[in-house]
Design a protein around this ligand. Sequence first.
Ligand code: TYM
Length: 332
Amino acid sequence: MTRIFSGVKPTGHLTLGNYLGAVRQWAEVDQHRADALFSVVDLHALTVDHDPGRVRRLSKQAATLLLASGLDPEACTVFVQSHVDEHARLSYLLECVATDGEMRRMIQYKEKSARERERGGSVRLSLLTYPVLMAADILAYGADEVPVGDDQTQHVELSRDLAVRFNQRYGHTFVVPRATPPAVAARVMDLQDPASKMGKSHDSGAGIVYLLDEPDVVRKKILRAVTDSGTEVEYDREAKPGVSNLLEILAACEGGNPEGLSGVYESYGALKRATAEAVVELLAPLQKRHKELVADPAYVEEVLRRGAERAREMAKPTVDAAYRAIGLLPPT
Ligand code: TYM
């Protein structure tokens, strides 16, 4: 059976980008067709300046939102990364296979480290080695497929390279994974700045729809979205990035494709109103379920406890095999 692994990082409140680019596909498709694991990857949240209490709260919230989005603990495994030691254990071995040049070429590292330096801050070493830990997340479970948005495909490519290299040097140990981005909304853009990704750790929230935004807040953000010159409602990412982003969001909500919506709306205003209502409708059941789950924290804790137990069982044989293959003496 196909094995799937993916995760979200608790560095901020989950966004519409996270949902359309990844989480919805996990809930609607992936968990039903494969042996799937989904993780709140909290170790990754420590790679940038962080507040310990906030990371703990966001981890709990992210786990709750994954369940509210429809992940069913009977159909898939939901867990918190730091509850399973195998990730950190394997990450060190993969550091011994990866090179520093490879890490420095990663687009996200270049962007995030430049931003930190601009702010006068220092760059944590873990930000550089981040993709190695991500490779460990994937390879520890022998995942064949990694459903992620566009921004993560380079990291998944690196995981492939590390798996192939390890297997060639030390004997076949890892499955070589591949990224499986969604056909629509693989890259949802910021509503105020359609040249950049809608990201949860952005400084201003005006262009970001959060999954827990109230309906009126969602409407306001979408109605105030930056659009482009001209008046035609056409899908053209280059010439009309703002309008195309709205078309992409609307198409994703309705289950169609954005090209098919070109020419359907007579004005930018009509497109915005339709998109706002579609997003409000999409989020309503998730928000309702989230409220119920918040009222039952013991249930969420139990799901995470069982999830970590299952994940540990799945990861340990592969990680142990990697320790032996690379030349470490097994304990007696
Ligand atoms: P993270 O937490 O930034 O995002 C979680 C998922 O949401 C997708 N995504 C988007 N998709 C479309 N449009 C957007 N604007 C948008 N923003 C985010 C991401 O592509 C991702 O699929 N490094 C990962 C977490 C991670 C992981 C892993 C993922 C750690 N280990 C192993 C897969 C497998 C990250 O920061 O995702």
